[in-house]
Design a protein around this ligand. Structure first.
Ligand code: TXA
Ligand code: MG
Length: 320
């Protein structure tokens, strides 16, 4: 096989149906897919990413009717969200059907399910004729891929195929909502915002798993350091008098005033959708020598900005 293993949609579907693992485009980020019903394929996904098996995978389906094949005891609110936001960047955590292997859910009794909007993702799932487990197609703890080239750089020699569907339109991972409590809990913010969800099903709780850089950790030991570039990135106020290393680059947002020139601007007009679509690609671009430090402008913590703040806090070094 030649590397990177570029693959067509029909080849990808055939590879997936026969137990191989293939990176596929979705509207959020690229996913590393395998047959969700095949424990061997799931094991290959964990191995290729270097991901610990206690971190469960999202199961992707191609139509709403398939939800009942992978989940059970589904509350009415979940169907309502599915009808409103699927296909799209929303993942729902629901009680799992016995057909879903423990490896997919890390032994949990629940399964995370999503119906992606990207037409290529839908075609591949339909042609493979199985639900596809797919974590983001990056090495464990690294920045998620929003182009096929990002996947090729990180995983090109470790997987059986990559389908190029162009840059991802959303740019951050899906919103995850759990129905395990009486009031649904948003476990990970994404493009489907808490307000959008509340306008359809009423009150939800937004789990706050990240503390601000420089602040005491909310729960020590549980700090999530996903999404980190190799070069230290800092998101937060700089301590007074702090001297930045030479070769500091600034990832700007809008027209923030700074004495460090902007290397890249997530969105010159301060548009959160544009900034989200650019975030990971720009993190990949700045994560190169001779850069020594990446400083990111503040982003308003509202709407889609909630997901941006979540990802940037996780990507940030925690103290200077
Ligand atoms: O947008 C996305 O969701 C992308 C694309 C490829 O669909 N996928 C993605 O997968 O971001 P991953 O594996 O990088 O993140 C999945 C998250 C993990 O944080 C995992 O802990 C959580 O989903 N998760 C999966 N199953 C769960 C469950 N049963 N209960 C709670 N959290 C779960
Ligand atoms: Mg991930």
């Amino acid at each position: 096989m030649s590397y990177p293993p570029w693959t067509s949609v029909s080849e990808a579907a055939a590879l997936l149906a026969s137990g191989h693992i293939v990176a596929i485009p979705t509207e959020t980020v690229y996913g590393l897919a395998g047959n969700a019903l095949d424990p061997l394929a799931l094991a290959k996904i964990f191995a290729a990413k270097g991901r610990p098996v206690f971190d469960p995978l999202i199961v992707h389906i191609a139509d709403i009717n398939s939800l009942d094949n992978v989940a059970q005891d589904i509350p009415e609110a979940a169907y309502t969200l599915a009808r409103t936001f699927w296909p799209g960047p929303l993942t729902m955590v629901l009680p799992k059907k016995p057909c879903i292997p423990d490896l997919a859910t890390s032994g949990l009794s629940t399964v995370a399910v999503r119906l992606p909007q990207h037409p290529i993702a839908q075609d591949i799932i339909r042609q493979a004729e199985v639900p596809l487990a797919a974590p983001s197609a990056n090495l464990f703890k690294h920045v998620s891929p929003t182009t096929a080239e990002h996947v090729a750089d990180q995983l090109g020699s470790k997987i059986d195929g990559i389908v190029d569907g162009g840059p991802c339109s959303v740019g951050v991972e899906s919103t995850i909502i759990s129905f395990q409590n009486e009031i649904p809990v948003i476990l990970r913010p994404g493009a489907i915002t808490p307000l959008m969800i509340e306008s359809v099903i009423g009150k939800v709780i937004l789990k706050n798993s990240t503390s601000n850089p420089g602040e005491a950790m909310l729960s020590p030991g549980t700090m999530d350091t996903h999404y980190q570039p190799h070069i230290p990135l800092y998101y937060g106020d700089l301590p007074k008098g702090y001297v930045l290393p030479s070769n500091t680059v600034r990832l700007a947002f809008g027209n923030t005033v700074s004495n460090i020139p902007a290397s890249l601007n997530l969105s010159e007009t301060g548009n959160l959708t544009e900034a989200t679509a650019n975030l990971y690609a720009f993190m990949h671009k700045l994560d190169v020598e001779p850069n020594r430090f990446i400083l990111v402008d503040p982003i308003p913590n509202e709407g889609l900005g909630i997901a941006l703040n979540d990802r940037l806090k996780r990507a940030s070094i925690k103290r200077l």
